[in-house]
Design a protein around this ligand. Structure first.
Ligand SMILES: NC(=O)C1=CN([C@@H]2O[C@H](COP(=O)(O)OP(=O)(O)OC[C@H]3O[C@@H](n4cnc5c(N)ncnc54)[C@H](O)[C@@H]3O)[C@@H](O)[C@H]2O)[C@H](O)CC1
Ligand SMILES: [K+]
Length: 496
């Protein structure tokens, strides 16, 4: 952002003019959201840099719009432009304090302490003031970024403001897509101040980090179908799932695959589960498999793996299905591995095993599985960087599940699903995703679509179904079976 901004300034845009433009946009949003008729007194936190400068321009504008504005300015040494705005605010009679307590009776607090210029952990009186502010539980909105968060990793540096809303300026900062920042940022909104595309490209090159959008996700769904087609042209998925211990996972993946519209669905399960699966999914070919003593799939009976368009393996298989996982890894079919499929892979050795594969592989771990697969660091920290490294190391497409699911391909590109719901944090919802994705990958295989685009599409679809279901049924009403019932509605709304 700093480099992009530098190009804009070098091209002739005055710094002060950009600050005016940005701050006016912020002030208008505040006026629209919190009219002065019911938000009388506004406290503005002003830091030493241009984040503080933005805040002072907002303070000035709100003052002229009839709000009663007071400023908290803990650091007296300011950057030049910020200092000029501070001087002008003083001249208008806007009161300025060095103690946060003076803002305790405000109806709204605007946080302009630090933006992307935060260099080190917050400590001392400023940290105490932020902690005090958080304890008040007032309505707070942050400019650009909650003060105290690292712009890229989203890590809390010392302490951080917890606003109800954040106005991110210009381009989404990476922090907004990192799980660890989410409980701080509140509702995030982008204030678009017309950053020229040429400057973005000049600094970032072709986008290496993408927010998954509805348009992109829908574009990689296998619709509309060709008017003349047949079932095998729409893909044939082999799902390998289930055990005596985990029977439901097989059904849920099957229902996920059904929703993908895949042309043919074969489901390999332990022999004992066969009648159950047949009853739930009459359209599927159910393959009953020999079982281990523990009730896992011991081996795949005589089936030609090469006859499938894709294989998805893992939900409910338990860690005793090692030989089956070895067999699918040795196949030359696009493969999605999930759940215990991943734990078995971790034991077999992730990187040496995957590098032998002749077809594309997708791994869909949650944080715990990721850690076992790739001992790269704490997956709750900089998830974007970790998933990128893991994909490069393994040569597989990796989908790291979380509040902001991140998908990386081996060339270093990362996709992030920017909207989801905590309603999906529930047993079985991952099984649905595996089936859904498997169906889409199978359907796409004949069209040579880039695998990671299909994966992002599946992840978006799954998240949107969760959102829709939780809107209708509350966050408690989205069990995995119900989730499968909402998948169709998402696509129907998307293509309308
Ligand atoms: N392109 C844009 O997005 C625009 C951004 N604007 C705003 O400018 C800030 C970034 O401004 P900058 O002056 O570079 O940084 P900050 O205001 O975040 O703060 C830097 C300031 O703070 C001092 N400092 C850093 N860390 C600490 C610390 N731990 N304790 C105390 N002091 C610290 C540092 O020395 C500097 O003096 C961006 O976020 C936007 O809000 C433009 O106004 C419009 C375009
Ligand atoms: K801020």
């Amino acid at each position: 952002m700093r480099e992009i901004e530098g190009r804009i300034f070098a091209a002739g845009m005055p710094v002060a003019a950009l600050m005016e433009k940005v701050a006016k946009l912020i002030a208008s949003r505040i006026e629209a959201l919190y009219p002065s008729t019911n938000t009388r007194r506004v406290g503005v936190l002003v830091g030493p840099g241009h984040n503080g400068g933005d805040a002072l321009v907002v303070a000035r504008e709100l003052h002229f719009q009839g709000y009663e504005v007071v400023v908290y300015r803990p650091i007296s040494k300011l950057k030049e432009l910020t200092s000029q705005h501070a001087q002008y605010a003083d001249s208008l009679g806007i009161l300025c304090y060095e103690q946060i307590e003076q803002l305790q009776d405000c109806d709204l607090i605007i946080d302009g302490l630090f933006g992307f210029g935060l260099e080190r952990a917050l400590e001392g009186p400023i940290a105490s003031a932020i902690n005090q502010l958080n304890e008040w539980s007032k309505l707070v909105i942050s400019i650009d970024l909650p003060s105290g968060l690292h712009t890229d990793t989203g890590e809390v540096l010392g302490t951080a403001v917890r606003p109800a809303r954040t106005f991110c300026l210009g381009l989404w900062k990476l922090a907004f897509l990192q799980d660890q920042a989410l409980e701080y940022v509140g509702t995030a909104e982008l204030i678009d101040f017309d950053v020229p595309l040429a400057d973005i490209w000049a600094v970032l090159g072709p986008p290496k980090l993408k927010r998954v959008t509805k348009t992109a996700a829908i574009a990689y769904l296998p619709i509309p179908r060709a008017p003349v087609t047949h079932k095998y042209k729409q893909g044939h998925l082999l799902l390998i799932c289930g055990s005596h211990k985990y029977g439901g996972g097989a059904i849920l993946s099957g229902l996920g695959a059904r929703a993908s519209g895949v042309g043919m669905l074969s489901i390999a399960v332990p022999e004992y589960l066969k009648p159950l699966l047949l009853a739930q999914l009459p359209e599927a070919l159910i393959i009953g498999c020999p079982e281990t003593e523990t009730g896992a799939i011991a081996s795949l009976p005589d089936i030609e793996l090469a006859s499938f368009s894709a294989i998805a393996c893992g939900p409910g298989v338990t860690k005793d299905a090692t030989s089956v996982v070895e067999k699918v890894l040795a196949s030359d079919r696009p493969l999605i591995l999930d759940a215990d499929g991943l734990n078995i892979l971790a034991e077999l050795g992730t990187i040496p095993t995957l590098s032998k594969r002749q077809a594309a592989t997708v791994l869909t771990p949650h944080g715990g599985e990721f850690k076992r697969l790739f001992p790269l660091g704490d997956p709750t920290k900089d998830r974007v960087q970790l998933v990128r490294e893991a994909s490069k190391l393994s040569g597989a497409t990796i989908l790291l599940k979380g509040a902001r699911t991140a998908i990386a391909n081996p060339s270093g590109s990362v996709w992030i699903v920017p909207e989801s719901t905590p309603a999906l944090a529930r047993g079985g919802s991952g099984d649905v995703l595996t089936g859904l994705m498997g169906g889409l990958v199978a359907a796409a295989s004949s069209k040579a679509l880039p695998l990671e685009e299909v994966v992002q599409s599946a992840a978006w679809w799954h998240a949107q179904a969760g959102i829709l279901a939780s809107q209708e049924r509350t966050e408690l009403g989205v069990d995995a079976y119900t989730l499968t019932q909402y998948l169709m509605a998402v696509v129907r709304e998307g293509v309308e």
